[in-house]
Design a protein around this ligand. Structure first.
Ligand code: NDP
Length: 265
């Protein structure tokens, strides 16, 4: 029997570890699936591309999560709330959309004690998904973004939001998370140094959702002697939940996690 095909769509996509994670899990759990990657330049072509490839499911990464939400025929309650989709499953010819980024990030920080306030750098799809989950879990979440207009949906949802010109001086947060794509393919910091330095100095911990490298943001935090963590834990957690949707809840989450972890050795 031919394997069920899955893929990750993004731009860039060559850095993605998702194919390795999912293929290890398919192999270990003896599920007849195969997972590849697809460089998608135009998010508006996501649906036709998905259908023309004959795949059964997909993950969506930067910068197409909002386009993926638009492309879906049906989304679950959480994806509808955050208007960003990172997991699509084909069901009866229809694209069903989910978002596993928020729960994935929440689990990735659950071992840090004494974190009450969180600053998210960035206001894209990942920040959308994560901010809601963190708020529901009881954290006080603030958003800082380069482009003020992109803060609008966060303001509508009741978050405290700032751009580089409006962030009050001497403000501090327990955890700072880089949710921009600055540092993914370049050496950019996610905000001007003059803003970042005092924020990092006053924080307990700094996290980047970019994985597999020390970004300029994490380097700055390490130089300030702060505990740091890259995006690997979030990546693993969101992947486990996506695999659970792809395989229609056939496996225990713990089993999937064990199988996927091999990709991080
Ligand atoms: P989006 O394209 O939706 O949003 C990008 C955000 O980054 C915007 O807020 C944008 O600000 C900001 N940004 C981009 N470049 C800069 C810069 N040079 N300086 C300041 N801000 C900048 O991206 P996503 O939300 O989908 O993804 C964000 C990051 O999260 C990516 O690096 C992605 O790889 C990573 N990620 C990791 C996951 C994991 O499992 N570890 C899961 C999901 C995402 P502006 O509005 O001003 O343009």
């Amino acid at each position: 029997m031919l394997p069920e095909l899955f893929a990750i769509f993004g731009n860039p996509v060559s850095h993605s570890k998702s194919p390795m994670m999912h293929n290890f899990a398919f192999h270990t759990l003896k599920y007849n699936g195969c997972y590849g990657r697809y460089l998608l330049e135009d998010g508006a072509r996501l649906k036709e591309t998905f259908l023309s490839l004959g795949i059964y499911g997909a993950n969506i990464t930067v910068p197409h999560k909002e386009a993926a939400f638009e492309a879906c025929d049906w989304c679950d309650e959480f994806a509808n709330k955050v208007k960003a989709v990172n997991t699509i499953v084909l069901k009866n010819g229809k694209l069903h959309g989910y978002n596993t980024d928020g729960p994935g990030f929440l689990k990735a920080i659950d071992d840090f004690d004494n974190i009450k306030t969180i600053l998210l750098l960035g206001a894209g799809g990942t920040a959308q998904a994560t901010s809601m989950v963190l708020k529901d879990a009881g954290y006080k979440v603030t958003i800082l973004n380069r482009t003020p207009a992109r803060l609008e949906p966060f303001i509508q949802s009741g978050f405290e939001c700032y751009d580089y010109n409006t962030l009050p001086k001497n403000t501090s947060f327990d955890l700072i998370a880089n949710m921009t794509s600055a540092g993914l393919q370049d050496d950019n910091l996610p905000a001007p140094l003059s803003i970042l330095e005092p924020l990092i100095n006053n924080a307990y911990v700094c996290i980047d959702v970019i994985y597999g490298k020390e970004t300029p943001f994490l380097k700055l935090a390490r130089q300030a002697s702060k505990p740091t963590r890259d995006g690997s834990a979030m990546l693993l957690n969101q992947g486990v939940l996506a695999f659970d949707y792809f395989t229609d809840h056939k496996f225990e989450l713990k089993q999937i996690e064990q199988a996927m972890k091999i990709a991080f050795l």
